[in-house]
Design a protein around this ligand. Structure first.
Ligand SMILES: [Zn+2]
Length: 426
């Protein structure tokens, strides 16, 4: 079927890297976890430290994953979350539309401003978010612009704007960090950009309408009665227009599949034109069905040269300040990994970024990574973890280079020319 000598399996463990945690006696969750299967893969392969974008720079999931799945550095820097989430939720965007990533949140009015009390309105189920979104359809925002909300994973949603003269060159209403809890007014990045100014005004109008309408929604009335957190506001970020992404794997004529339960990664996979496999048992949480994911990946290898498996669990645990949960997830993952027929496969294990379980957020530390291939080089790393990987033969490697190293081990780079230099590390 092919010139390729081996097929490849890349595990993207979301937020894999971490920092030493006092409750784990100064070890990281990966170092504290019992992982005999990954240790064996490392022993017959090489370890290293992977920088998604640039050393020390924290990145979002979509950026780190895009770089590992074939998007070059230059394009990945400008990816916006809105259209990726929209693709994941199956929202059909046309040229000129704008998509903005949203959270349903608990907000409180303070003077003429809104303060965020809970960024996720507690935790919302997808059915609840779908009900809330139903009340925010085809909202007339003036000048022929309309806004509709579509549900995504958990508390997340997408605001889809249609109409003439839109621009995605606008700021976020989401203050993101804990420094300010005030919802920000959305503005044009360039006040001379008339289209962006009009779009920012439309988004602000929409957010005002949502805050006025949501408290009366039956879901919120019931939550108020029960003393729970209301989903009475929306915060948004990552506005973007429709994306057409170049991809190294298409360029090399390599068929790839992505296995994931996360709406963002589903969207990214669709935009990259990889085969996307998902299932209701893939929760994008720590309780996901790891074994079923691995089995689906093994099946997908029949029809694809390279299969990516994305697991969100480690990052969720870090955001929840739960390093022990992250350690236990990695142990469950390691047990499930025994089902992989490793002898004839090129296997890469890495993450889209590191996440600090002490702070509950992404950090710019490099990701401990391993590459194991039949007949491939070995190094002296034995126990998979942040410290051991400092000594590894892969050295300090970029996300693009990690993918390219896998492809080389698979024997896929026959058509790789010097002209492909945008994929060389910078
Ligand atoms: Zn991530």
């Amino acid at each position: 079927m092919t010139l390729h000598s081996h097929k490849g399996l890349m595990f993207i463990l979301d937020g894999l890297g971490d920092r030493p945690v006092p409750e784990l006696r100064g070890r990281t969750p990966l170092e504290a976890a019992r992982t005999p299967c990954m240790d064996a893969l490392l022993t017959r392969g090489m370890g290293g430290l992977m920088d998604p974008l640039s050393p020390g720079v924290p990145v979002d999931t979509h950026t780190g994953t895009a770089l590992l799945t074939g998007v070059c550095l230059k394009d990945a820097r400008f990816l916006r979350r809105g259209p990726i989430e929209a693709a994941g939720a199956g929202v059909a965007m046309r040229n000129g539309d704008v998509a903005v990533r949203c959270n349903f949140a608990t907000v409180e009015k303070g003077g003429d401003q809104f303060l965020i009390k809970n960024r996720r309105a507690g935790r919302l189920g997808e059915r609840e978010v779908a009900e809330l979104a139903m009340s925010l359809q085809q909202i007339d925002l003036g000048d022929g612009i309309y806004g509709s909300v579509h549900p995504a994973t958990q508390h997340r949603a997408i605001l889809h704007l249609t109409g003439p003269g839109l621009s995605a060159d606008i700021t976020d209403s989401d203050p993101m960090s804990g420094v300010s809890l005030r919802i920000q007014k959305v503005r044009a990045h360039d006040p001379h950009n008339i289209r962006a100014v009009a779009t920012a005004e439309a988004v602000n109008r929409f957010l005002g309408i949502a805050c006025a309408r949501l408290p009366d929604h039956p879901f919120n009335v019931a939550r108020r009665k029960a003393g729970g957190l209301e989903a009475n506001g929306i915060i948004c970020r990552g506005a973007g227009e429709i994306l057409v992404l170049d991809n190294l794997l298409h360029h090399l004529n390599i068929k790839a599949a992505i296995i994931t339960g996360d709406c963002t990664i589903v969207g990214l996979g669709r935009l990259l034109r990889h085969t996307v496999h998902t299932s209701s048992g893939f929760t994008a949480l720590a309780d996901t069905d790891i074994k079923a994911k691995i089995q689906m990946a093994i099946d997908a290898l029949d029809r694809h040269e390279l299969v990516f498996i994305h697991l969100k669990g480690p990052d969720i645990c870090s955001h929840d300040l739960n390093p022990r949960g992250k350690m236990e997830f990695l142990e469950r993952f390691d047990q499930a990994l025994t089902a992989v027929p490793a002898d004839d496969l090129v296997i890469g294990i890495t993450g889209d970024h590191s996440s600090d379980s002490n702070q509950g957020d992404h950090c710019g530390d490099p990701v401990p990574s391993l590459l194991s291939s039949p007949g491939g080089r070995r190094d002296l790393c034995r126990e998979y973890g942040e410290t051991a990987c400092c000594q590894g033969g892969l050295g300090r490697i970029s996300a693009n280079s990690f993918l390219i190293s896998m492809l080389d081990a698979m024997g896929c780079l026959h058509n790789y020319q010097a002209g492909d230099s945008k994929y060389y590390p910078i």
